[in-house]
Design a binder for this molecule. Sequence first.
Ligand SMILES: Cc1cc2nc3c(=O)[nH]c(=O)nc-3n(C[C@H](O)[C@H](O)[C@H](O)COP(=O)(O)OP(=O)(O)OC[C@H]3O[C@@H](n4cnc5c(N)ncnc54)[C@H](O)[C@@H]3O)c2cc1C
Length: 476
Amino acid sequence: MEIKHYDYVVLGGGVSGLGFAKRITDHGKSVLILEKEDFIGGLSRSIEHNGFYLDYCAHRFHTNNKELLNEVMNLPGLEMKKHIKKSRIYMFNRYLKYPFEIQQLLAAMPLHQSIASGFSFLWNQVAKRYRKTNKLQSYKEWFIHLYGKQLYNVMCYPYTSKIWRTDPKNLSADWADQRFQGENMRKLIKRVIKKILTLDFSSYNLKDDSLAPDGGPFYYPMRGIQEMCDALARAATNNGAKIEIEANVLSVNTENKIVTYSLNGQEQTVTYGGLVSTIPLQTYYNLQERKNLEVEKSLSEIKYMDIIFVYLFINKPQLSNDHWLYFPDKDIIYNRAVEFSNWSPLMCPEGKTSVCFDITAFQDTKEWQMTDAELVEKTISDSIKVNYLERSDVESSLVVRVKYAYPFYDLDYKRKLDIIVNHLEHNNTALLGRTGMFKYNNSDNSIESGFALAEEFLKEGGKNSVYEYKIKAVSY
Ligand SMILES: Cc1cc2nc3c(=O)[nH]c(=O)nc-3n(C[C@H](O)[C@H](O)[C@H](O)COP(=O)(O)OP(=O)(O)OC[C@H]3O[C@@H](n4cnc5c(N)ncnc54)[C@H](O)[C@@H]3O)c2cc1C
């Protein structure tokens, strides 16, 4: 049997692996991507279903890194349209702007709660200047430090505990840092205070991304985010990259730099110079030969969160004009609703729309145990309750369950992750991406770190790792 050699082998064909493959082949290196599914794109894939195009939720492309944006926008055959994010949140029996305008939130609250929250917020702005803060450990501490206790109870606790199925006091503040870091948050807080002090109750301009964390413009292809993944793959294969889908990786020998996998029932062996794993940490650990009890203990104690997508196909052109609707109420089964015809008219057949409702879960969560029919029924009845749709609007449905969707940051995750990464990044092996590095990354961060890892490998004396790499762009 012929044994082929590649400069690099990448496990997983999500956007981080594809980004790595593009950049490394830009520099003339050979690369083989092994993807277990029959599609590339990973979490950023789209599904074609009876003339509808569906993402997992929906994947907007958004970055503050101009070079990255330029490179992605110029990928071969990719057309993306610019959108201004429109979203609302269902609270106090009405739809409010999201991200929150604090003054609008205060106006919608029952009076006693709104007065208490307003004072608590303003008091906190003063008090935090004099407060001695050590490193904020939990998401709860982080939020209260910025906004005060009352707003924590209203704005943070319900939605966060619903998404993560965990009290925010047990979630690491790293999650918040990664999600809302930086300049924009400071600007937003300043603006909110100014508006409250000057009794200015006007709305923000949706186009003003600098003033709304998680807001502002983003880019989206015509038929789902898959088109961006396909374009990245095209750029890499045009450079000579080889992508094998439905590849079943059997083992990785990191000492001798050998990967074995089966493809169409045939066992294949390849050797490599460098290996990049973008697959779940536990999966990769089991494939490679180096075992260690402390690492196994850490691996058994960190977990990914899974997600269920309930898609409803609707017999009218539009339900609302939002990109996203958020539902913090625990009695509503889903977290968000994403309506695809608002993302691109080509996502749905003419005169119809479709909606993705997402439900985050662990495998032992009751929702994960529900049948598809039960999930669809609960989704429809909850949507009627919040005046989003009527039963007669729904033509059909689809349920998709996805594992390893979110790295779950408990308070001690970083210590455990350091042990794992230290062990697995061995002999020119690098971990990469949201799943492979257990990093709460968006797709722009995943691609950017793929590029950065390629550059590390290419650099004389490079670290061959991006575990400590700080993303240049603000990540939302
Ligand atoms: C619900 C949801 C909504 C999101 N919305 C946005 C958004 O709006 N904008 C945004 O920028 N980002 C968004 N993201 C984040 C984005 O999806 C990720 O950052 C990105 O897709 C991660 O890419 P990756 O390559 O790092 O990992 P993955 O996509 O997880 O890729 C890993 C790949 O490895 C493959 N694999 C697994 N096991 C094996 C194995 N044993 N052998 C071979 N291959 C294997 C998988 O099939 C997969 O293709 C969202 C994520 C989720 C879950």
